[in-house]
Design a protein around this ligand. Structure first.
Ligand SMILES: [Fe+2]
Ligand SMILES: [Fe+2]
Length: 284
């Protein structure tokens, strides 16, 4: 069995794909190395080669998408390694046809591919898993500061108590999503999702006026509230010697735009409604 659990990188989507990839690559290697005469196994070699090649492309793409999603800083380098490998496979395929199905070429290719795959998964892909774990830890540690800041802001601005809840089920369509980018000792973003009902109630309370639709006035108020909560969280982080700055709020309809791990989300319930805060930071 070629797969070893020591190759696991801790990201289930990628780990599952790696197992499948190993299976296909080693099927191919197994056929190439089988004792049958080349002429007899040639067809099978070509079939397994095609089957494996398809999956290489699927996997590389999925892995790159994941890296993009978590803001992996070495995405471009990693993409280059992948595309060099794809180029190599295509090159070999071309030479194979030109050579009239050379066995020696396929033997060399299988040997290199196997070694490349093991090394790539165990070293390069592992770094993606390590980055993702580091990010999760850094974010988890900061959720407390954002939660406390949220409680304080609701108390000071609205005289409303906020408490944690398990989760909230709302679609992004019914929300205002505010993203605050953070840079300094921790980098990334914090995403605030205010369901329509919550933000309308908050604005009503602050303004003393009837508000029934999300408009620029309401959106701008939501942005400022996210800004204030973030500012307070950063002050409490600075007391732990973590120094960061924030950039102005940005609005988006896509709540799932960046790395979202359930462990770094804060769900808050108040008498004016609920909200979600996703903390998405890495330690620099
Ligand atoms: Fe991979
Ligand atoms: Fe990779």
């Amino acid at each position: 069995m070629a797969w070893k659990d020591s190759y696991l990188i801790g990201v289930s989507l990628i780990d599952e794909q790696h197992k499948e990839l190993f299976e296909r690559v080693f099927d191919f290697v197994g056929v190439v190395r089988s004792p049958a005469l080349w002429n007899d196994k040639q067809k099978k070699v070509e079939q397994t080669l095609a089957f494996m090649k398809d999956y290489v492309v699927i996997h590389f793409k999925a892995e790159e998408n994941y890296q993009e999603k978590i803001g992996y800083p070495f995405l471009e380098e990693h993409k280059k390694i992948h595309s060099d490998m794809v180029d190599y496979v295509l090159q070999v395929e071309k030479e194979y046809l030109k050579s009239g199905a050379s066995e020696s070429l396929m033997q060399r290719f299988a040997g290199r591919l196997m070694s490349w795959l093991i090394n790539h998964v165990a070293s390069e892909d592992r770094k993606i898993g390590d980055f993702s774990k580091g990010k999760l830890e850094a974010s988890k540690k900061m959720t407390g500061s954002f939660y406390e800041a949220t409680r304080e802001v609701f108390d000071l601005m609205l005289n409303v108590e906020a408490s944690p809840i398990k989760n909230i089920d709302v679609s992004a369509k019914e929300c205002i999503t505010v993203r605050i980018d953070i840079y300094g000792d921790r980098e990334g973003s914090v995403i605030y999702q205010f369901p329509k009902e919550t933000i309308l109630n908050m604005v009503k309370m602050m303004s003393g006026m009837e508000v029934s639709e999300i408009d620029e006035f309401v959106t701008s108020a939501a942005g400022e509230i996210a800004n204030i909560i973030s500012g307070k969280a950063l002050i409490s982080m600075s007391e732990q010697d973590i120094s960061c700055d924030i950039s102005p709020p940005q609005f988006s309809c896509d709540a799932n735009e960046t790395f979202v791990d359930e462990n770094t989300k804060i769900y808050v319930s108040t008498e004016v409604g609920k909200l979600t805060i996703a903390v998405n930071l890495i330690e620099i």
